[in-house]
Design a protein around this ligand. Structure first.
Ligand code: IPM
Ligand code: MG
Length: 352
């Protein structure tokens, strides 16, 4: 097959890890007779430096016209001033909104060989296989009004947590569809004892649960969920939640896997190009040192093949190769090893 893939290396370790994922995608293309065209664009701090904004309209248009977008990471101390008018994160939020990718899939699995890298007891980690689905284009991140003002000498700041019924419905329905191929269990996480938007969320989830009686649905308050992710992570299958709760819970869940560097993500919408990125940040402290773990980005490229290009066998081949490399003891520094970023990829390519 033919596909146009836009690559947004971004900042910090972003360029290092996306380069490795492209090596893997190229190997897959060569093996399967596919033709992938890669086009690089600027997004994040690098775009601020060269174009004055974190994402230009032109770069967004190129992304929209592609089959899929692969992103490294954005941000860094250079652009960290919280009062700055332009910030790298604006590019990421603009891209998510612009592509309409309302569902962020963050799978969290614990490789048996990495249980000792997690601060949790090994017996807690057995059987952990969670798919977190975070709503990505609504809630506090985008609700209006939003802003700061000084009135009568008092400064006020406001963010708005707003959800429309259709925004909740489409992401919860996706959670049910994906649960059907898994353990058939959906946990809908909200704060319905306090928030009106959560009460809307819960009533829609309940309605969808009734229409899908083959899937077990339970509702959990976000504070309880944050505790249960640590005390009984193996009890979750699909967890679906709103944008901000999902942001926080996925960082928490990543600790289960031993290193943030291991975890991929896919952001998908209604048929347009998907956005694929590791869940880690730009890690400016190790940027340019060649020691970043490329696995999160390589697994994100597997998700790209599965969700945007309809190549599930190729996706599985990458996932198996990563699994085998980890089983055989291949480790970057974050996991206590000494392999460089390209050397880790070499080990994965050998097993592909
Ligand atoms: C994430 C990140 C982003 C978010 C930041 C960089 C804006 O934390 O992808 O989880 O909050 O969504
Ligand atoms: Mg986050």
């Amino acid at each position: 097959m033919q596909a146009k893939i836009v690559v947004l290396p971004g900042d910090g370790i972003g360029p290092e890890v996306t380069a490795e994922a492209l090596r893997v995608l190229s190997a897959v293309a060569k093996k399967g007779g596919h033709s992938f065209e890669f086009k690089e664009e600027l997004m994040g701090g690098c775009s601020i430096d060269r174009r004055g904004v974190a994402l230009t309209d032109e770069a967004l248009a190129v992304c929209k016209a592609s089959d899929a977008v692969l992103l490294g990471a954005v941000g860094g101390p250079k652009w960290d001033d919280p009062s700055a008018k332009v910030r790298p994160e604006q590019g990421l939020l603009g891209l998510r909104k612009g592509l309409g990718v309302f569902a962020n899939l963050r799978p969290v699995k614990v490789h048996p060989a990495l249980v000792d890298s997690s601060p949790l007891k090994p017996e807690k980690l057995a059987g952990v296989d969670i798919l977190v689905i975070r709503e990505l284009t609504g809630g506090l991140y985008f609700g209006q009004p939003k802003g700061r003002e000084v009135r009568d000498g008092i400064e006020r700041a406001v963010d708005t947590l707003e959800y429309h019924d259709f925004e909740v419905r489409r992401v919860v329905e996706l959670a049910f569809r994906l649960a059907r191929d898994r353990k058939k269990k959906v946990t809908s996480v909200d704060k319905a004892n306090v928030l009106e938007s959560s009460r809307l969320w819960r009533s829609i989830a309940t309605e969808i649960g009734k229409a899908n009686p083959d899937i077990a649905l339970d509702h959990m308050l976000v504070d309880t969920a944050s505790m249960r992710l640590i005390t009984s992570p193996a009890s979750f299958d699909v967890l679906v939640t709103e944008n901000m709760f999902g942001d926080i819970l996925t960082d928490e869940a990543s600790v289960l896997a031993g290193s943030m560097g291991m975890l991929p993500s896919a952001s998908i919408g209604d048929g347009g190009p998907g956005l694929y990125e590791p869940i880690h940040g730009s890690a400016p402290d190790i940027a340019g040192m060649g020691i970043a773990n490329p696995v999160g980005t390589i697994l994100s490229s597997a998700m790209l093949l599965r969700h945007s290009l309809g190549l599930p066998a190729e996706a599985e081949a990458i996932e198996s190769a990563v699994h085998a490399a980890i089983t055989d003891g291949c480790r970057t520094k974050d996991l206590g090893g000494s392999l460089s970023t390209p050397a880790m990829t070499d080990e994965i390519l050998k097993r592909l």
